[in-house]
Ligand binder design. Sequence first.
Ligand SMILES: Nc1nc2c(ncn2[C@@H]2O[C@H](COP(=O)(O)OP(=O)(O)OP(=O)(O)O)[C@@H](O)[C@H]2O)c(=O)[nH]1
Ligand SMILES: [Mg+2]
Length: 469
Amino acid sequence: MKAYNLDDTIAAVATPVGESGIGIVRISGKDALAVADRVFRGKRKGRVSACPSHTLHYGWIVEDPEQAGPRPEQFIDEVILTVMRAPASYTREDSVEINCHGGIVALRNVLELVLKNGCRLAEPGEFTKRAFLNGRIDLTQSEAVLDIIRAKTDSALKSGARQLGGVLSRQLNSVRQALIEVLAELEAQIDFPEEELGLFNAAAASSKLQSAHRRITEIRQGVKLGKILREGVRAVICGKPNVGKSSFLNALLKEERSIVTPIAGTTRDTIEEVLDIKGIPVRIADTAGIIEPRDLVERKAVARARECIADADIVLLVLDASRALDARDVALIRRLRHKKTIAVVNKIDLARRLRRDRLKGAFAAVVEVSAKKLTNIRAVEDAIAGLVFKGSVPAGESMLTVSLRHGEDLGKAQKFIAEACNSVDNKSSAAEFIAQDIRDAVLCIDEVLGRRFSEDVLERIFREFCIGK
Ligand SMILES: Nc1nc2c(ncn2[C@@H]2O[C@H](COP(=O)(O)OP(=O)(O)OP(=O)(O)O)[C@@H](O)[C@H]2O)c(=O)[nH]1
Ligand SMILES: [Mg+2]
């Protein structure tokens, strides 16, 4: 395992590049306050390093603050500087945040000056990595930071915040604790087999193991949900030309995103947008309705539409209520029979020719709408959410953004627990083997919490972060 270097002082711009009111240069490490002394000239006399923790200081970033009376042209930026002393900071190290003006040049110059005065440029996620290595948060909480940054809907944000708040850590720690208790009893029995201490109560152990298994099942259910909240579901709108696919996308988006005309074959390429449907980020694509491509562009559009349908979690097949189903509709319906498909029967404001009974049994749901008059669009959203969650997003304990990594480790932990439980119930293996299974289960849980970690795993997690976080 690599020895993680926590001895140097890191710095980075923590805000996005571009013009903004404020931009922040963040510094963390044992020299953070000394570095601040070397670049900051406060309005009030005195060094930053002599200031108490959690104080704000107004002043200027200058090349050489010690020099008597630097001229204004030597001033780099007018700033507010925040001092946070270890351990009461994000990283648990001495930290300084410099609130500069948010221009690219101002920020770059301040950062360069800070780097020249004893800092190293931070790697992506290094501030959060330090928070983890210094023991302020565990690995699940570190990952939650990323979930919060990336959240695209309120539910995703809430879920990330719960995980950062330690809900998942507490649940896992309590399962871990229960396993350790059983393990201790088993080990006592292994160490003192002759003594009738009555230390190992098989029934009690079995019930503890079962309960641990059950609790991990609940946590794992959050895996699927968490993945949905983070990555969203993919939906695709397809159907024959001119049935109103683009109109329907616009109705869902409540804006004119896709071009709508009475001419068949208007949409010649796939258009993708993200919608928030009851907290689920839904990536939705409008496809070209072309069936017989006339040129290369249209041939490519058809290929793209097919790919989109193949990748989609949910297909929205738009049908025209004012026309009877024809062979092409039937062929499309047949092609979609392996997908989760919602039939969106559009143009119900017109005289009806499409027979309802022809659609029976072929779809996960059938919803009748008018994209033009915006009738019943909500019902489609309900149907989508229904397919994803079989109800709306629950806001309960289980709603945690458990990543795929956790899913795998927790699955392994469960296998070991089941094995151990089985052996206890059937008295089928020696105490040593049962103890080993429980130890392995604990190791898997430790992996998720980051009590044990490999450089690889850390690398993978923090690589996803932006610089400055
Ligand atoms: N009456 C009525 N007309 C509609 C409705 N939805 C769409 N239309 C009309 O149908 C025509 C085609 O609409 P589009 O949304 O471009 O259809 P599309 O399926 O995207 O067509 P392509 O991109 O060519 O495949 C336009 O003239 C729309 O105004 C509806 O609910 N009622
Ligand atoms: Mg279209």
